[in-house]
Design a binder for this molecule. Structure first.
Ligand SMILES: NC(=O)c1ccc[n+]([C@@H]2O[C@H](COP(=O)([O-])OP(=O)(O)OC[C@H]3O[C@@H](n4cnc5c(N)ncnc54)[C@H](O)[C@@H]3O)[C@@H](O)[C@H]2O)c1
Ligand SMILES: [Zn+2]
Length: 352
């Protein structure tokens, strides 16, 4: 089993990566009075049984959520907390999130506020969740007015990644996960970017050694960044590369057309072009990133009017003084934060 440590004063934890790990997880956990496994109907039907195989049934309860982003709501939080209370869960109970980013975000948020906070474990089952959302402690739900508006920074006690679960993931979600994977190369590790370029087919075919390498490197990078800046006061912002355009695309299409990862892939493409236009990177490096994004098979063309996109960007959490913040590639494995006015951003996007 591969293990990566994330160093955070008194809240550090380990990320474990292994194939066929699910059934062993209950034997690797610190004891708790009782456990709630929070999952969705799809993931439960595929992996619920394997996880519960070695778990005494009087210790563990399943809480099932419907599939989809709509479940990331305050109403769900209230329902889940109500069930946990009914099940007799106390401050000495714990939560295990089994699923993609949606389940992880909801379960983590519930754990962070139930009886002022109980322990939780992440068992991510999508590529996006394995390389990104399960690590770093961002939890939360959406309001009708916006994504991830209500949430907390609350670190899990451990992350268990069973790479075998990716075998059932629909191709669309595998490609989505590649948005965050490529992002790590762009912001932090040029050599890794090259590795992705030469192994894209193996990754999309889930070649075991390659996919494990990829997940490990992404978790290492996220762990390093989060350890240096847990609450996004500075460095952690680099994780938002590709996300100013990505979030705006998702919002402009009311979260119906693009998955988060697809929007990030298109966001990386557009933001790389922007970086080249303003002279932050040269044409060769720009093309290297663009080629890599396209190798995933994503269609980078979008139909959203640029004015609409900018309107969404003006609501971005990172903005300052009505200037839109972009984390743009500025060198191999490096980024810079660039602030643009509405007019400057629109002008630049029109030139691409
Ligand atoms: N907390 C963070 O740091 C962070 C970072 C990035 C994204 N996110 C959030 O993550 C969410 C997106 O997560 P996601 O892309 O994992 O989507 P998701 O959780 O909606 O999962 C995608 C789909 O795949 C299914 N699924 C999950 N695992 C499967 C498997 N192994 N086999 C077959 N089907 C499987 C799910 O049922 C769902 O239908 C968004 O809400 C986004 O805001 C959070
Ligand atoms: Zn993201």
């Amino acid at each position: 089993m591969e293990t990566i440590s994330i160093d955070l004063d008194n809240k550090g934890y380990s990320i474990h990566i292994e194939s066929n790990l699910l059934a062993r997880i209950p034997t690797l956990l610190d004891p708790a009075d009782s456990w709630a496994v929070i999952t969705d109907e799809m993931v439960n039907s595929l992996y619920g049984q394997s996880l519960l195989e070695n778990w005494p049934s009087d210790l563990v309860h399943m809480i099932m959520l419907p599939v989809g982003e709509a479940v990331k709501s305050l109403q769900t939080v209230e329902e889940v907390a109500g069930k946990m209370l009914e099940l007799g869960m106390t401050r000495h109970s714990a939560v295990l999130a089994l699923g993609g980013g949606v389940v992880g975000d909801v379960a983590g948020f519930c754990a962070s506020i139930y009886m002022r906070g109980i322990r939780y474990i992440q068992v991510p089952t999508t590529l996006l969740a394995q390389v990104d959302s399960s690590v770093g402690g961002k939890t939360g739900v959406n309001l009708p007015q916006g994504k991830n508006i209500m949430g907390s920074f609350y670190q899990p006690q451990g992350v268990f990644i069973d790479t075998q679960t990716l075998s059932t993931l629909p191709k669309r979600h595998l490609i989505s996960g590649m948005g965050e994977v490529i992002k790590y190369g762009v912001i932090y590790d040029y050599e890794f970017l090259g590795y992705l370029g030469s192994h894209m087919a193996d990754i999309l075919n889930l070649e075991e050694a390659v996919i494990k390498n990829v997940i490990r490197r992404c978790c290492e990078i996220k762990a390093e960044v989060v350890a240096k800046d847990e609450k996004e006061q500075g460095l952690r912002k680099i994780l938002n590369c590709g996300h100013t355009v990505g979030h705006a695309l998702e919002a402009a299409r009311k979260y119906r057309q693009y998955t988060h990862g697809e929007a990030v892939l298109i966001g990386l493409y557009v933001e790389t072009l922007m970086a080249e236009k303003i002279g932050l990177i040269d044409e060769d490096y720009c093309n290297e990133i663009l080629d890599l994004v396209q190798k995933t098979g994503i269609d980078v063309k979008f139909e959203v009017p640029l004015e609409r996109l900018i309107r969404s960007m003006l609501k971005d959490k990172k903005n300052r003084a009505r200037r839109v913040s972009f984390i743009l590639p500025s060198g191999k494995g490096e980024t810079s934060e660039v602030f643009l006015t509405e007019q400057e951003a629109l002008g630049l996007l029109r030139m691409l």
